[in-house]
Design a protein around this ligand. Structure first.
Ligand SMILES: Cc1cc2nc3c(=O)[nH]c(=O)nc-3n(C[C@H](O)[C@H](O)[C@H](O)COP(=O)(O)OP(=O)(O)OC[C@H]3O[C@@H](n4cnc5c(N)ncnc54)[C@H](O)[C@@H]3O)c2cc1C
Length: 534
């Protein structure tokens, strides 16, 4: 077997070569305990992405090896919120019954808090409207979820090696025509395993992505977070609470209740903002936790069950090419997290199912070149693009902290409207909570309500004037002036940053509009179609 670096065809060609060469040298030095078996697919990482891919491939008779760095059960920093589309996949995998045996608290309600005031508290309006989806989410601790899913993959026939850290891989033969050799450190021993293809499901700092020259690290699309499990939640209502505040804008705090008075509590904020404003996320968490206890009646007695720990997400806005010769990236390794909500469990599993289809076909055809696997890129853009181009646009727009006062007013107004107008809540709330992001519908609804407000403004102001009051007209004027003032503050603070940001927002508008022009429903509502080519 000859291990050589194939000629990579994408943007990081030189870096890629360097990494591959280093890996090849490491491989020569190591005491290789090479196994004769050649797998069809080696999956690095056994989180939700890796296990659902392993399950799907194994169920189709593909010979799969999962290499997982840790020993399960293990903790993973996460909000643990699995929304109905994710539960649907867990149902397909046969995991739901086992999870429900642990009596998780169904999440049916949400509340939105702005500067410590509850502005919205009601049923999640877009849950329960689709026949194929459960009308609730669950908060499932990751040591439970991930362990269960990887066990299911193993039962389906996937081979799983725990405590096996993938350090890199090389392409065998010219252009990887003889597959890949994957280098592993396992309990102090160096191993190498061969496969026809490799999939990076190894999370945000993916070794597979780095080796393939595809690792992205863009502070504009990274959120830094801290989360902790707490006890003392004094309510049996499954109401997920979201907190918006100047201190953690652009970002949010959350409190996700679980059964038995426990809750998952955390805060996340954009890395770029942390760097520019010198924000320390652990301190942010401390402040948030105190505010949460002071403002939320059911949280007065909260106590940390364990100290808070930090984690990061890389959002879909930075997803680059996620395919290469003999391989694909899925889940966090491929940046599939929703840019607004930070949800990544469901997209990780969805990207795995998309990848399974591509790999099964490519294995049948005997062609695992980057050109053949590029169909995965088109597949995930078609699937995630319509919703995520819009949420990425929203996230980019919110990236400028100078606009907090104006956004705050807009969020408060939207929440108050949603509290009474369920049709508005169901449509406009779609980008916060997982289901059916319909950009055209959301924008139309927001613009309709804005127009209604503007039209009503005249008569209300005249009526108020006759009673000697000018509240409504003054508030509207102040709001208009507010957006302008925020813009000036931003320009004066850092004109270059402002100009680049404004251009980026425009670019994302064009991309989102392009998707909107195509029309149709959000493919994520229907889910990934299961069949590969016959
Ligand atoms: C604070 C925080 C809160 C979040 N809250 C939510 C939420 O409420 N809902 C939601 O849907 N998403 C949430 N997310 C995002 C979610 O956690 C991820 O998107 C999800 O875990 C992605 O799954 P994955 O399988 O791609 O990666 P991971 O879950 O990261 O799994 C990767 C696996 O690969 C293993 N691994 C890593 N490197 C190697 C290697 N070199 N070799 C072998 N194995 C390796 C790891 O041990 C791990 O088991 C949150 C994230 C954070 C940080």
């Amino acid at each position: 077997m000859t291990a050589t670096a194939s000629p990579p065809k994408k943007r990081t060609e030189l870096k890629n070569r360097a990494v591959s060469t280093t890996v090849a040298r490491v491989a020569q030095r190591s005491r290789a305990r090479s196994a004769p078996a050649i797998y069809d697919v080696i999956i690095a990482g056994g989180g939700p992405a890796g296990s659902s891919l392993a399950w799907k491939l194994a169920s189709q008779g593909v010979k799969v090896l999962v290499l997982e760095r840790t020993k399960f059960p293990r903790e993973k920093v996460c909000g643990d919120f699995v929304e109905p589309r994710g539960l649907r996949i867990l149902g397909q995998m046969g995991a739901l019954a086992a999870l429900e045996a642990t009596s998780p608290l169904p999440i049916t309600h949400s509340s939105t808090w702005v500067d410590d005031r509850c502005e919205y508290s009601n049923k999640i309006p877009f849950y329960g409207v689709h026949d194929t989806l459960l009308p609730h989410g669950y908060i499932v601790p990751r040591h439970v979820l991930d362990t269960l899913l990887l066990e299911i993959a193993a039962k389906q026939g996937a081979e799983v090696h725990y405590e096996s850290y993938v350090t890199g891989f090389t392409w065998n033969g010219s252009s990887g025509r003889d597959g890949v050799t994957v280098e592993v450190q396992s309990k102090g021993t160096s191993e190498s395993w061969r496969a026809r293809a490799i999939v990076g499901a190894d999370g945000v700092n993916s070794v597979v992505a780095r080796t393939a020259g595809l690792l992205v690290n863009d502070a504009r699309h990274i959120a830094l977070s801290q989360r902790a499990y707490v006890t003392g939640y004094a309510s049996s209502l499954g109401e997920a609470a979201f907190f918006f505040d100047r201190e953690f804008f652009p970002g949010y705090g959350w409190m996700f209740p679980m059964s038995g008075g426990m809750a998952n509590v955390g805060v996340g904020i954009l890395k770029e903002t942390c760097q520019r404003e010198g924000i320390a996320v652990p301190e942010l968490f401390r402040q948030f936790f105190e505010k949460l206890k002071a403002s939320h009646r059911a949280c007065r007695q909260l106590k940390l069950f364990k100290p808070a720990i930090g984690g990061i997400v890389k959002t879909y806005g930075s997803a680059g090419p996620n395919f290469f010769d003999r391989g694909l990236l899925i889940g966090d390794a491929g940046c599939f997290v929703d840019p607004m909500t930070g949800e990544g469990i469901t997209p990780a599993m969805e990207s795995a199912l998309l990848a399974a289809r591509v790999l099964t076909d490519a294995l049948k055809d005997g062609n695992l070149d980057a050109s053949a696997l590029s169909i995965y890129e088109k597949g995930h853009r078609d699937y995630f693009g319509p919703a995520m181009a819009f949420t990425d646009l929203c996230a980019a727009t919110l990236r400028n902290p100078h606009y907090w006062p104006s956004w705050k007013n807009a969020i408060v107004r939207g929440c108050r409207l949603a509290q009474h107008d369920r049709a508005f809540a169901a449509t406009a709330g779609g980008c916060f909570g997982g289901i059916e992001v319909q950009p055209v519908g959301i924008l139309a609804e927001v613009w309709k309500k804005t127009a209604e407000n503007l039209i009503a403004l005249g008569p209300i102001s005249v009526a108020e004037l006759t009673r000697g009051k000018i509240t409504t007209a003054t508030a509207a004027l102040q709001e208009g002036v507010g957006w302008l003032t925020d813009s000036w503050k931003s320009v004066c603070d850092d004109p270059v940053w402002h100009a680049i940001w404004a251009l980026e927002v425009q670019g994302k508008w064009l991309r989102a509009v392009n998707y909107m022009a195509r029309g149709g429903t959000d493919p994520r509502t229907q889910g990934v179609l299961q069949e590969s080519r016959a």
